[in-house]
Design a binder for this molecule. Structure first.
Ligand code: FE
Length: 339
């Protein structure tokens, strides 16, 4: 009886193992900082085309720490981020691995991927300067540097300097002008703020509509999102979108992106998914659903986004800007930007 039991257990174990292996072969696990409304429709298409099931853990924060804690036992294959600094955190903490894929290097320009192939951008967005339609009008020649000059005193609204979008902007100014000049600029910008940094990017556009300030820093796609929201359309219509630094360094561009985890249990499927995300269909969905610029040059932005016009983007590779992130955070503290 004992022997019979043993045999049964052994058989059971084998069956389970096989099931597990089969399931593993047809799955991919994502930890996503990006939101379900954007990511779910894209993953449905991937599963439709490949039969690979996608499991997603969505969170606004804590995912990098979680991957670190889980270490080699982490179920995560792929991390999707909504900005560049998370990609940096992942690679700096040695939580990623390189992906050598012809599809990825063809679809994603070199400026927008890690030279060591540990991270890849999927979409780009401009850090724009919005101006009041009523009190300013369009200012196509405006620069980030202008925002520090005395004539802008009390006229600028922005979210926290410590938000990743602003840290990247400050890092790019350091990368272009050096630390000393960047400090003078940041002090000037702080001195010109209409109020303490607060709220998100959309709240700054609302503040322009409410007459609290004439200029606001904000990412490009939020204009599309506000125009699509009946409660916010009036905010969006109160501002002009201006692409900064068009006669000099070009507009600062941030990215959303992806990285393959160091211990990805479903590596082959994860790379298949990475390639899918960089290809035409997924890139079109990113462009249409969230008003971002596709990183893949074959894919056009949405009609609305295209109507904002062409612009010159900063040519400095993101990897160069990333080297200044720590200095940017230190500088923001030094000038007490948020206080
Ligand atoms: Fe955002």
């Amino acid at each position: 009886m004992f022997a019979k039991k043993l045999v049964t257990s052994a058989m059971l174990f084998t069956t389970l193992s096989l099931t597990t292996l089969t399931a593993l072969a047809e799955e991919v696990n994502i930890y996503s900082f990006r939101q379900p409304f954007l990511i779910n429709p894209i993953m449905e298409k991937f599963t439709e085309q490949t039969g690979v099931k996608v499991n997603i853990l969505f969170a606004k924060k804590g995912l990098v720490e979680r991957i670190k804690r889980e270490a080699s036992l982490s179920p995560a294959d792929l991390v999707l981020t909504s900005d560049f600094s998370r990609l940096m955190q992942l690679t700096e903490q040695n939580l990623t691995q390189a992906v050598d894929s012809k599809v990825l290097t063809t679809n994603i320009p070199s400026q927008y991927r890690d030279p060591d192939l540990h991270w890849f951008a999927l979409t780009t967005r401009v850090r724009n300067i919005y101006s009041s339609v009523e009190r300013v009008g369009p200012v196509p020649n405006i620069t980030y540097q202008d925002l520090a000059s005395p004539e802008f005193k009390g006229k600028i609204c922005t979210r926290s300097g410590k938000h990743p979008y602003n840290i990247s902007l400050v890092a790019s100014v350091i990368a272009h002008q050096g630390l000393a000049d960047a400090k003078v600029w940041l002090q000037g910008l702080k001195a010109n703020l209409a109020r303490k940094p607060q709220g998100n990017d959309r709240a700054q556009v609302k503040a322009v509509k409410d007459g609290l300030c004439d200029y606001a820093l904000g990412n490009s796609y939020y204009l599309g999102k506000m125009l699509a929201d009946p409660k916010q359309v009036a905010w969006a219509e109160a501002v002009n979108i201006n692409f900064p630094n068009q006669n000099s360094s070009g507009a600062h561009v941030n990215v959303s992106g992806m990285a393959l985890t160091k211990y990805a249990p479903n590596k082959a499927n994860a790379i298949k998914l990475m390639e899918f995300l960089s290809d035409d269909l997924a890139q079109q969905l990113y462009a249409q659903v969230n008003y971002e610029y596709p990183v893949n040059a074959r894919v056009a932005p949405s009609k609305l986004v295209a109507s904002w016009g062409d612009f010159k983007a900063d040519k400095l590779p993101l990897a160069e800007i990333a080297k200044q992130h720590k200095a940017a955070v230190k500088l923001l503290d030094e000038v007490k930007f948020d206080l």
